[in-house]
Design a protein around this ligand. Structure first.
Ligand code: HEM
Length: 170
């Protein structure tokens, strides 16, 4: 598998995990179990999950894994030869948002679910989610452009140029 294809699969995987985390966050909020695990970063039994705070425990551990995935996506995008400037920029925004979101999650717990903070947690989550969607769409767009310029340069006989041009979406 080439690097561009790998990046495509990795970023869509990250977006799917993030979608699951946002949905789970909605469940934590609507079912009122936000303070079932009152400490931070670990729940009362350390790393061992327990039934009484299972949902909140899963939300936190998934948040940690998502943070790692979003950071790795940023590193892979920054290292990608064909990454557009805007893809790089939004992958950095997503990484910054994930750090902010995890920090805000801790403050939400410490401040006993203050309404303003929970609203900010939702808002920043949406910034993170939309930035990741932008990154994924851009990666797909770039790969599609690369593929089509490669196949057209192959089919045009006598054309020696094999470096595909990738134009930036507006
Ligand atoms: C990338 C990381 C995270 C994302 C994307 C995320 C996303 C969300 C979302 C979308 C909600 C629902 C908000 C609402 O319906 O108003 C939520 C709720 C919540 N999150 Fe997170 N979260 C993250 C990390 C964390 C962390 C690290 C903690 C705690 C240490 C945390 C604690 C909570 C709590 C307690 C609620 C429920 C608030 C309430 O009861 O109203 N979150 N999260």
């Amino acid at each position: 598998m080439n690097y561009d294809k790998f990046l495509q699969i990795f970023s869509i995987g990250t977006l799917c995990v993030l979608f699951g985390l946002m949905t789970l966050g909605g469940y934590v909020s609507s079912s009122g179990v936000g303070l079932s695990c009152p400490h931070w970063p670990l729940c009362p039994h350390g790393l061992i999950p327990s039934y009484e705070f299972l949902i909140e425990y899963i939300h936190r551990t998934t948040a940690a894994s998502t943070g790692l995935l979003v950071f790795l996506t940023m590193i892979f995008v920054l290292r990608g030869k064909h990454s557009l400037k805007s893809t790089k920029m939004f992958s950095i925004i997503a990484a910054a948002a994930v750090v902010g979101q995890i920090t805000l999650g801790a403050i939400v717990i410490n401040e006993k679910l203050h309404a303003d903070l929970v609203t900010a947690h939702l808002g920043l989550g949406l910034v993170l989610y939309s930035s990741m969607i932008y990154v994924v769409i851009n990666i797909f767009y770039t790969n599609l452009k690369l593929k089509s310029s490669l196949s057209s340069s192959k089919s045009s006989r006598g054309d020696n140029s094999n470096t595909p041009e990738v134009s930036s979406p507006t």
